[in-house]
Design a protein around this ligand. Sequence first.
Ligand SMILES: [Zn+2]
Length: 481
Amino acid sequence: MSQRDIDRRTALKAVTAFGLLSTAGLSGCLSSGPSAPDSTSPALPGRGQFVIRGATILSMDAAVGDLARGDLQVRDGTIVAVAKAVDAPSVAVIDGTGMICMPGFIDTHWHLWTSVCRPIIRIDDPKRGYFPVTNALGPHFTPLDSYRSVRLGLAEAISAGATTVHNWAHNIVTPEHADAELRAMRDTGLRGRFSYGPAQGLPNDRPMDLAGLARIRRDWMPNDGTLTLGINSRNVGNDPNPLRGNITLDMARVDWAGARALGLPITLHTSGPSPVSFLDAAGLLGSDVQLVHPLLTTDAERKILAARGVSYSISPLGESRRPAAAGVIQLGELLEADVKTSLSMDHTGAYSADYFSCMRLLYNLHQHRIGQRIPLTARRLVQLATIDGAIDLGIADRTGSLTPGKRADLILVRTGDINMAPTGDPYEALVSFAQPGNVDTVIADGRILWRGRRFTALDHAVVLKEAEQSAVALRERAKWS
Ligand SMILES: [Zn+2]
């Protein structure tokens, strides 16, 4: 037995001690969705009852407030109490001493299908950068590759403290690819939106597969509330150098109307010249639209975004690597204009998932460009990474804060680790000092998915080995040297 197997068994033991391991497995917990064609779904921990005691609680809910030391009780996946002391004598206890208990991070834009491209991408060779590699390999993905890649990305998301991920799936080569990505989302146990999109290389004069979208809605939604659905759109406008397709306003009208007929939200990259003004002039913007990469918005456009209720997702780790001509991260301007704003990883093909680094980088760049003219606090950044993401994705009724009645999506962050201690203000500690290695426990929808820095359901070795197999096979199929 390898050390990893032993570690996983130890983590599992910790969970089964709470009586939380589901014997039915995940397939018994969801009402719909095609079954696995190639591998067995792991049995996720069940949703039991427990109390986290003695943690520093950052609720991100003004009515609940923060507690320097408090308890949080969970029953059947729901937060039922947050208080200085919760009276629940016969309930299993998780010791929160020396931990910050906070909502899990909410990632509002992540191309999970590109995760297995990591060993092929180079940051110092433009021919082997993220876009050339994923454009070349994308058409060669099988559904199995998609499953393994999404699962790898979500496994990393868990280890980084995310409890919700918006899967921006813009490589749906066949209907089976969509099923595979959704199955990976279901099997890992995180909350998420699946934004269905066209395959890489779909001609710009062809609409996306709206019949396929309707089929996904019928087969996978509704479920137990953990997964929601939307579409991702190809870029719209006159970008002279489009990275992934570029459709006309008329084609956008077709794709977007198809989504709206099904009551589904829309997400769109805005890399290149900003399309905000002409999208608004065409009457296409509304509160069901999320835009990504706000690097070139004007004052007038930000007023439009605020008025229409459009949200904007910022991906600081990737955006800060773009050339100056692509624009700058505009967090301060967006907050000042009251535009709904959230945080995202974009992908992990060229960097690792790290929400603490995202917050830190946003703070640094804000100070670098704007400073105190627009105040930005550490708490505001944690808000951006948690409840603001839930608002962006339209799921703030169930997640994003530690509010009694909401689902239990939360993490425990160790403050006693050498990079954190001694800890003063907890928000300062999260933004200035924390790293993913401090995330001790991750609970999504009441399921303990990560405990003592180990997966409780996913098999680390299998996730890694199968991702490596797909990376090798894709490289061969694409004849990528
Ligand atoms: Zn993106």
